[in-house]
Design a protein around this ligand. Structure first.
Ligand SMILES: NC(=O)c1ccc[n+]([C@@H]2O[C@H](COP(=O)([O-])OP(=O)(O)OC[C@H]3O[C@@H](n4cnc5c(N)ncnc54)[C@H](O)[C@@H]3O)[C@@H](O)[C@H]2O)c1
Ligand SMILES: CC(C)[C@H](C(=O)O)[C@@H](O)C(=O)O
Ligand SMILES: [Mg+2]
Length: 357
């Protein structure tokens, strides 16, 4: 009997449905080539879910997610819902699904493709050979800290949030970072703001404690402001970057832009029990509905799903190689297009990748 995997697909908003369609075509091709079956269900999240049910993460979606082997999400958010209170926004649906499934680690690889060196804002000698991994804590920190709110104080409005990490939260993400570093170049950069924040002082202390069991791995601590600068000055020096939720959000977009376009950057959000795969980019409302978005970040997120959750390592490698070959043949969506290359739309980019599988 064919091996079967249950996938919950969440197209969400903006370019979400377009890049989902493209990614599902790639998965169809993988099904054929590897003689497996992907049992795909579709669910609502974000603005699309608000419009239909009033809730950015309907119970039904969460139930389906828990019944699936993996969740594949495109993106959420858009202007239409921007005036809703923070708690009711599309983004809240994404934050809640991460929290409910306890997806504490978000793994975001940033790799320079030889064919895309021209698309990077950095000089070729700086970017060539960059291969880094941002490991972002995803279910704690200032995103979820209490107390939080907006209220009146002394006759004026104030807004406040709490950046908080407890030892066990830091311990599990640090451990994962060292484990992953062992399979790579054995270097971890822990990013914090320990010169100012108590939460970072605890972060640094716990990372050091965990490191005691990983003395074969090099550890450096770096302040987040310096990291933002070093990432554009000498990105090649980074291997594994481990950091909290907010710093990781910012640093990973920077890493994305370095290597060409956010449209190329996949991610895996994993926990002990569940896993969700999602591009780093958002719903790109400025280009939605035009079939011009780059589907590669989501296609590569699907490859991470095959690799990490389904253990289909060959199929994952196949997709990664196919992306590289399509780029080498000059296929480019608008975000990475350069004179002399072939401009293609979302569907055509997916087809170019499928042809190379
Ligand atoms: N994981 C998510 O679902 C996620 C992540 C980030 C932002 N958002 C939401 O998305 C909305 C837009 O946010 P934003 O504009 O700050 O970030 P964004 O990532 O959506 O877009 C930033 C820029 O990158 C471009 N871009 C992004 N993905 C692309 C792709 N696949 N192909 C080509 N170009 C691409 C966009 O056109 C835009 O110019 C907001 O509502 C935001 O909250 C969602
Ligand atoms: C949309 C938003 C909630 C999300 C985040 O901040 O985590 C996004 O920016 C991301 O990087 O996945
Ligand atoms: Mg982000």
């Amino acid at each position: 009997m064919k091996k079967e995997y249950k996938i919950l697909v969440l197209p969400g908003d903006g370019i979400g449905p377009e890049i989902t369609k493209a990614t599902l075509e790639v998965l169809k091709a993988i099904e054929k080539k590897y003689d497996v079956k992907f049992d795909i269900k579709e669910g609502l999240i974000g603005g699309a879910a608000i419009d239909e049910t009033g809730d950015p993460l309907p119970e039904e979606t969460l139930k389906l997610a828990k019944e699936s082997d993996a969740v594949l999400l495109a993106a959420v958010g858009g202007e239409k819902w921007d005036n809703l209170p923070t708690d009711k926004r599309p983004e809240k649906g994404l934050l809640r699904i991460r929290k409910e499934l306890d997806l504490f680690a978000n793994i975001r690889p940033g790799k320079a493709y030889t064919a895309l060196l021209d698309a990077s804002p950095l000089k070729e000698n700086l970017i060539k050979g960059v291969d880094l991994l941002v490991i972002r804590e995803l279910t704690g920190g200032i995103y979820f800290g209490e107390p939080r709110g907006i209220e009146e104080r002394n006759g004026e409005k104030v807004g406040y949030n709490t950046m908080i990490y407890s030892e066990h939260e830091i311990e599990r993400i640090a451990k994962l970072a060292f484990e992953i570093a062992r399979t790579r170049r054995k270097k971890v950069t822990s990013v914090d703001k320990a010169n100012v924040l108590e939460v970072s002082a605890v972060w640094r202390e716990v990372v050091n404690k965990v490191w005691a069991n990983y003395q074969d791995v090099e550890l450096e601590h770096m302040y987040v402001d310096n990291t933002a600068m070093q990432l554009v000055r000498r990105p090649k020096d980074f291997d594994v970057i481990v950091t909290g939720n907010l710093f990781g959000d910012i640093i990973s977009d920077e890493a994305g832009a370095l290597t060409g376009s956010l449209g190329m950057l996949p991610s895996a959000s994993i926990g002990e029990r569940y896993a969700l795969y999602e591009p780093v980019h958002g719903s790109a409302p400025d280009i939605a509905g035009k079939n011009i978005a780059n589907p590669t970040a989501m296609i590569l997120s699907a490859a991470m799903m095959l690799d990490i959750t389904f253990k289909m390592h060959d199929a994952a490698k196949d997709i990664q190689d196919a992306v590289e070959k399509a780029l080498n043949d000059g296929y480019r969506t608008a975000d990475i297009w350069q004179p002399g290359t072939k401009k293609v739309n979302t569907d055509e980019m997916a087809q170019a990748i499928i042809e190379k599988l």
